[in-house]
Design a protein around this ligand. Structure first.
Ligand SMILES: [Fe+2]
Ligand SMILES: [Fe+2]
Length: 289
C-alpha cells in the first residue's frame, strides 16, 4: 500500500501546519480580517467538490487506460470505474450532505454570511471585498489545471490523483487548525461566540442554516471528520490505479508525488497571501479606530 508519508515528511508537515496557523491567527485579530479569511477560503474551497467530480469522471471516461492484466477478455478488463469510485467518494456529500441535506457550498455560504454580519459590512462593501484579488485568481486558476486533469491521459490522471491526495490530507489539517483557533482557543469571545449567541443559525434562501457546521463536519481540533475518510479513499484510488496500469509502482508514485507537490505549492501560496491580507485588514481597522 502507498502511504501518506511517501508524499510529505514530518518537517514539511510541520511547516505546512504553521503556515495555516499563521493565517488563522491573523484572521481572528479583527472581524474584518475574519471576514476576509472566510471569504477567501470559502471561494477557493468552493471549487473542490466540482473538481473532484470532474477528476472522477475523467478517470471513468478513460476506459482504455485502467485494465486488469489478468483478464484476457478485453471488455471484461476495464477497471476505470473501480478507480473513479474511490475518488468520487469524497464529493458525494459535497453535492448533498447526508446530515444537513444541502451542498457543502451552502454551509460555506452560511458561514461567509455570518462572518459578513459579524464584521457589520453593508452589502456594497461585502461585494467590493469579495472581488477576488489577483493572488486568489492565480491560486484558483492553478487549482483548475492540476486538479481536474485530462481524460485519456494516464500520466495526467495519476498526477491529479496525487493532487487529490494532497488536497484531502491538507484539508483535514486546515479544518482542524481553523477549528482550534476559531473555537478551541476563542470559545467565549470573537466570531465563535457571536455565532453561539445566535444559535449558529443564519437565514439563507428562506432556510435557517448552521453557520459553523461547515468546519466541524470536515474536521475538528479534537476529532477526525470526513476529510480523514476522503484521504483513505484517495489512497485506495491510487492503489487501484497502480494495479490496473502497466507502469511500475515507482513510476506511479513519482507521478502522484508531482501532483501532490503542485498542490502543496498552491496551498502554501493561498495561506501565505491570506495571512498578509488578513493582517492588512486588521491593521487598517486598528488605524481607523
Ligand atoms: Fe466539504
Ligand atoms: Fe474532502
Amino acid at each position: 500500500m502507498f502511504r501518506i508519508e511517501e508524499f510529505i515528511n514530518a518537517t514539511e508537515q510541520e511547516t505546512m501546519e504553521a503556515t495555516v496557523r499563521r493565517a488563522c491567527d491573523a484572521a481572528v485579530r479583527d472581524p474584518l480580517a475574519q471576514f476576509v479569511f472566510v471569504d477567501r477560503y470559502t471561494r477557493w474551497n468552493g471549487y473542490a467538490g466540482a473538481l473532484v467530480a470532474k477528476l472522477s469522471g475523467n478517470i471513468g471516461e478513460s476506459q482504455d487506460l485502467f485494465l486488469d492484466a489478468n483478464e484476457p477478455d478485453r471488455a471484461q478488463a476495464v477497471r476505470g470505474m473501480d478507480v473513479a469510485g474511490h475518488v468520487l467518494d469524497a464529493t458525494v456529500d459535497e453535492h448533498l450532505d447526508k446530515g444537513h441535506r444541502v451542498p457543502h457550498r451552502t454551509l460555506a455560504q452560511a458561514m461567509r454570511k455570518a462572518a459578513a454580519d459579524y464584521a457589520g459590512l453593508p452589502l456594497a462593501e461585502r461585494n467590493a471585498l469579495s472581488e477576488p484579488p489577483a493572488w486568489l485568481q492565480d491560486v484558483v486558476a492553478r487549482t483548475f489545471v492540476c486538479y481536474g486533469s485530462v481524460p485519456h491521459d494516464a500520466e495526467a490522471l495519476i498526477r491529479s490523483i496525487g493532487t487529490h491526495i494532497a488536497s484531502e490530507s491538507m484539508a483535514d489539517r486546515e479544518y482542524a487548525i481553523i477549528d482550534r483557533v476559531f473555537r478551541g482557543e476563542r470559545h467565549y469571545e470573537g466570531f465563535y461566540q457571536y455565532l453561539r449567541d445566535r444559535d449558529f443559525r443564519v437565514e439563507l434562501g428562506g432556510k435557517l442554516v448552521h453557520a459553523y457546521a461547515w468546519i466541524t463536519i470536515h474536521a475538528t481540533f479534537e476529532s477526525q471528520g470526513v476529510e480523514a475518510d476522503h484521504l483513505a479513499e484517495a489512497m485506495k484510488a491510487l492503489e487501484l490505479a497502480a494495479r490496473f496500469r502497466p507502469e511500475s509502482r515507482e513510476r506511479i508514485l513519482e507521478l502522484a508525488r508531482e501532483g501532490y507537490r503542485n498542490f502543496a505549492d498552491i496551498q502554501r501560496d493561498f495561506f501565505v497571501h491570506a495571512e498578509r491580507e488578513c493582517a492588512a485588514a486588521a491593521e487598517s481597522r486598528q488605524q481607523a479606530a
